[in-house]
Design a protein around this ligand. Structure first.
Ligand SMILES: Nc1ncnc2c1ncn2[C@@H]1O[C@H](COP(=O)(O)OP(=O)(O)OP(=O)(O)O)[C@@H](O)[C@H]1O
Ligand SMILES: [Mg+2]
Length: 550
């Protein structure tokens, strides 16, 4: 496990410098503050943060660790401190790699550093702490593997529910079913790995969250190119295109004229050109039609004039699909190949849709539904809430998707702090096998892990210490699956209740937190300074030079 390498900067003049003890002390403090700040959003029944941005013009509500870390103006939060930046990166990486677990990672990193602070206070060298933590993390990963068990279909549902519960307790049941169904389809019934990116999330506010549905195809907020196009077409062949269906200037009839762009054209010229361009457009349409397509879905713009032309020959089209990723999902949903050069389109590129329909909602928003037959990409159509809660809602579904994808055909672990308490118990035993000062660091690692059940208890209104002590007792008696159920506010066998997480996620959380703590422990200097001005000039010159050469 290599620590992340931070880029070196060339510093200007005499940098402001902070030395070892001062840096370490301030790092511990900032880490703990950030971790405490996020801790209140951990688990079900936790609190949300209202983030007010742009001097009050915009606000969002979230309990998602990464969102809070990215959106909250860290400048007001000791942001100049490298630990604040490090933690922000940590949550970003965790979200990118695992899609969930960002709060736990930051909280755990903060706790590891808080424990380290106590050890430094009694004279332990940071290197010894780092070594002890390394032994603890390796052992913890080993124990996790022992505690994990295979995920069945019913377990997958519970994994989804555990992830969604932490953000949307009220509708978690309905959403979890939708999420598992989606993952099943995109993984071909669990035969191959699921990529959560193949699940498109379309949002529409206005109905209750419970009416969220799964659609075997793609839904995009768009309307058909021409308003007279039929609202619904069935059993159609679909061309998915990533090329402009317009006339490029170099294709125009006066393109070769050296004054093309500037000369004032006569009315005749203009008419001639318009006719010529229409001919080019007609040719493009004929190619697509010739290949057998009934529907065109284009990422780029389609010339307005094509609207009428397509209408006449009974074709339907949508254009300006918002992103390349959505276009890819559409292609996967109808099993089409994306066409990047219209003149080379062939029958083999086309996909097939059971139906394509334009639906107008009472609030005038319009969506196009594209229904595939054997889709490799599907849509979760999110309903409910106001706009600013919809995005947190979408993140909850996203957490569920990642959680299930990570558990599919793999192993899972009990949640609700059960794993952390069991790890702490076993690590404490393991610590005794090392008679050096590292023993203290392994014990500290165990203490840091126990912060998780404590926070889960506190956030749902129970006394953290009594919950932890009860849990310790159960685990000492061999009840490895006992954890804290925040829904019932009780200690239980969480496997029976169905509070489950993927092994892969837990591994990433523990490793991520450890690596971040390690960076802080191993640093003994911060240099504040600006990148050397001459160096920037040099770079600029180099770049303009290479541009001239081209
Ligand atoms: N019903 C429950 N009772 C107790 N704990 C639960 C329950 N459901 C989930 N948890 C626990 O909640 C924790 C996850 O909480 P949460 O989703 O808020 O944080 P995260 O996944 O670390 O971060 P984020 O979701 O913000 O990226 C896990 O430890 C999980 O075991
Ligand atoms: Mg989560």
């Amino acid at each position: 496990m290599e620590p992340v390498k931070l880029p070196l900067k060339v510093l200007q003049g005499e940098p402001e410098r902070i030395h070892a003890e001062e840096l370490r002390e301030s790092s511990f403090v900032v880490a703990k503050e950030l971790s405490d700040f996020l801790a209140s959003t951990l688990g079900p029944r936790s609190l949300q943060k209202m983030l007010v941005e742009d001097e009050g013009r915009n606000f969002i509500i979230s309990s998602d660790g990464k969102t809070i870390m990215q959106r909250f103006d860290l400048m007001q939060f000791k942001a100049k401190h490298p630990v604040a930046i490090l933690f922000r990166e940590l949550s970003k990486t965790q979200d990118y790699d695992a899609g969930d677990g960002t709060t736990t990672t930051v909280v755990l990193a903060g706790e590891l550093l808080n424990e380290a602070r106590k050890l430094v206070g009694v004279g332990l060298h940071p290197n010894i702490i780092a070594d002890g933590y390394k032994m603890a993390v390796d052992k913890a990963l080993e124990i996790l593997e022992e505690l994990a068990f295979e995920a069945t279909d019913e377990i997958l549902y519970k994994v989804a529910r555990t992830a969604i519960d932490t953000k949307y307790l009220e509708v978690a049941e309905e959403l979890s079913r939708v999420v598992v169904e989606a993952v099943k389809i995109i993984s071909d019934g669990g035969k191959k790995e699921a990529n959560p990116e193949d699940v498109h999330i379309a949002r529409k506010s206005g109905k209750e969250a419970a009416s969220t549905t799964l659609f075997r195809g793609i839904i995009v907020e768009k309307s058909f190119l021409h308003e007279d196009m039929p609202k619904r077409v069935e059993n159609v062949r679909v061309a998915v295109i990533d090329a402009p269906l317009t006339v490029k200037p170099e294709e125009g009839m006066f393109a070769s004229h050296y004054l093309y762009s500037t000369r004032v054209k006569s009315l005749e010229d203009m008419l001639l050109q318009a006719e010529y361009e229409r001919e080019i457009l007609r040719e493009k349409v004929e190619r697509i039609r010739g290949a057998g397509a009934d529907v065109i879905i284009s990422r780029r713009l389609i010339d307005k004039r094509l609207g009428r032309m397509l209408l006449k020959i009974g074709m339907v089209a949508i254009h300006a699909v918002p992103t390349g990723q959505i276009l890819e999902r559409i292609a996967k949903a109808v099993n089409a190949r994306i066409v990047t050069n219209v003149s080379e389109i062939s029958e083999n590129d086309l996909g097939y849709a059971e139906w394509v329909e334009e639906v107008k909602f009472p609030d005038k928003s319009t969506f196009v539904f594209i229904k595939g037959t054997n889709p490799k990409s599907v849509t979760i159509f999110l309903r409910g809430g106001a706009q600013h809660t919809l995005s947190d809602f979408a993140r909850a579904v996203n957490d569920g998707l990642y959680a299930v994808a990570k558990a599919l055909n793999k192993k899972v672990l009990p949640g609700g702090g059960a794993v952390e308490v069991e790890l702490a118990l076993r690590l404490r035993k393991f610590a005794m096998s090392d008679a050096t000062k590292r023993q203290l660091a392994i014990l500290a690692f165990a203490d840091a892990l126990e912060a998780i059940p404590k926070i889960l208890a506190r956030n749902s209104g129970r006394d953290p210490l009594s919950v932890l002590l009860e849990l310790r007792k159960e685990h000492a008696n061999g009840n490895v699956n006992y954890g804290y159920d925040a829904r019932a506010r009780e200690i239980r066998d969480v496997v029976e209740v169905g509070i489950l997480e993927s092994l892969r996620l837990k591994e990433m959380v523990i490793k991520g937190a450890y690596e971040a703590a390690l960076i802080v422990l191993r640093s003994d200097d911060i240099l504040y300074g600006n990148v050397l001005q001459e160096r920037i000039e040099e770079e600029r010159k180099k770049r303009s030079h290479s541009r001239v050469k081209k």
